[in-house]
Design a protein around this ligand. Structure first.
Ligand SMILES: Cc1ncc(COP(=O)(O)O)c(C=O)c1O
Length: 370
């Protein structure tokens, strides 16, 4: 195995999950789309399912991701956040996945396919767009749409949900507006005695800051993996990053004053110094825009990355430090006194930890710590 690896600490994952359960006291849908945000879906799901209080649901974006969960014997209900289409509806039915529906075309599609399986009913969750502006039935049209589903024998209305656009921001005005719209719809449906199954809206931002938004179930994603969705919000929940990125020193040699490092000569040495190289690059998901802007930790000390990030290698200026080939290098993670996390990279790249962990490519082996 190559020395570059992502170490996935499953004890941290379980601790984050149990902490979320403890504060919310609701059912939990663990969001494991995109290969569990890059952490490795099979190991993440198996770790959560080894707990006494297993997630009640799993959530993924694609039907393929749902089928992958069935293939590893996941028995829980699996909610697909995307709506069904003509290419995947057969498989959704076959694998008993729960599609998200929010327009007449979705209902017609399901009806059409269920004709072939008259004994079968399909569980669905309705998504309401209360302001996210992406997927969902517009909130003003939600009640009659949901009534229609409840009256159709082909469907089991297993849940009704929505998604926040700004729950990770300090200003909660818009999130509260979304919450009011959602609550109002639920109240109207209740008045009409319509059975709507479970209700859910809280992503990590709301889990951390909006207890009034917990309803029957919460849907943590990034918080499971140890990061708050933004650095603006504060919460008593102590999350532990699950993923560390490690490698080893592959080469070390002295460069003279005036020598340059890597493509484009973007680092020119101002003094005689040692340059080490590490076998990781942009093909592993280490964004090229981190060139000259990131650090590593070796023997509990921080060193500056220098020169352009290349496809397979990056370089660091270690001055006169005594560092041998094969020495451990921490690119994301914590040592005794130093720490580099996905927020540090995000700050340089104008992104969020979600994108950092999702982008660590398949070329980087994942190693699991129990
Ligand atoms: C529908 C839905 N619910 C929950 C989540 C989890 O969000 P977060 O990772 O911010 O907790 C996502 C992620 O994008 C989502 O699309």
């Amino acid at each position: 195995m190559r020395p570059t690896k992502a170490v996935i600490n499953l004890a941290h994952l379980k601790a984050n999950y149990l902490a979320i359960r403890k504060i919310t006291k609701t059912k939990v849908l663990a969001v494991v789309k995109a290969d569990a945000y890059g952490h490795g879906v099979a190991e993440v799901v198996n770790a959560l399912n080894s707990l006494k209080e297993k997630p009640e649901y799993f959530g993924v974006a694609l039907s393929e991701e749902g089928i992958a969960l069935r293939d590893i014997n996941v028995k829980q209900p699996i909610l697909i956040f995307e709506p069904p289409n003509q290419h995947n509806i057969d498989e959704i039915i076959k694998y008993e996945l729960i599609p998200t529906v929010f327009c007449e075309a979705h209902l017609r599609l399901i009806d059409k396919y269920l004709v072939r399986r008259p004994a079968m009913k399909l569980k669905v969750h309705v998504k309401i767009d209360t302001g996210m502006g992406r997927l969902g039935i517009p909130f003003k049209e939600a009640v009659p749409f949901i009534e229609k589903i409840a009256a159709n024998d082909n469907f089991i209305l297993d849940g009704v949900y929505s998604h926040f656009a700004t729950s990770d921001e300090i200003d909660k005005a818009f999130a509260e507006l979304q919450l009011r719209r959602f609550t109002q719809i639920l109240t109207e449906l209740k008045k009409k005695n319509i059975k709507i199954g479970i209700t859910h809206i809280a992503n990590s931002g709301a889990i951390l800051t909006m207890p009034e938004a917990y309803f029957d179930m919460v849907r943590p994603g990034i918080s499971l993996y140890g990061y708050p969705p933004s650095q603006a919000i504060t919460s008593s929940l102590k999350l532990k990053p699950v993923l560390s990125l490690l490698s080893e020193v592959a080469s070390c040699r002295w460069f003279e004053k005036g020598d340059s490092v890597s493509y484009g000569r973007k680092y020119i040495l101002k003094r005689r110094s040692q340059i080490i190289s590490i076998p990781i690059g942009y093909a592993d998901g280490l964004n090229r825009n981190l060139s000259n802007k990131m650090f590593c930790i070796i023997k509990d000390k921080l060193y500056q990355q220098v020169g352009r990030v290349t496809m397979d290698r990056i370089m660091f200026d270690i001055g006169e430090a005594k560092i041998s080939i094969g020495e451990d290098v921490l690119l994301l993670g914590k040592s005794r006194h130093q720490s580099i996390d996905a927020w540090d990279w995000s700050a340089q790249l104008n992104t969020i930890p979600y994108e950092i962990t999702c982008n660590i490519s398949k070329r980087v082996p994942r190693v699991y710590l129990a």
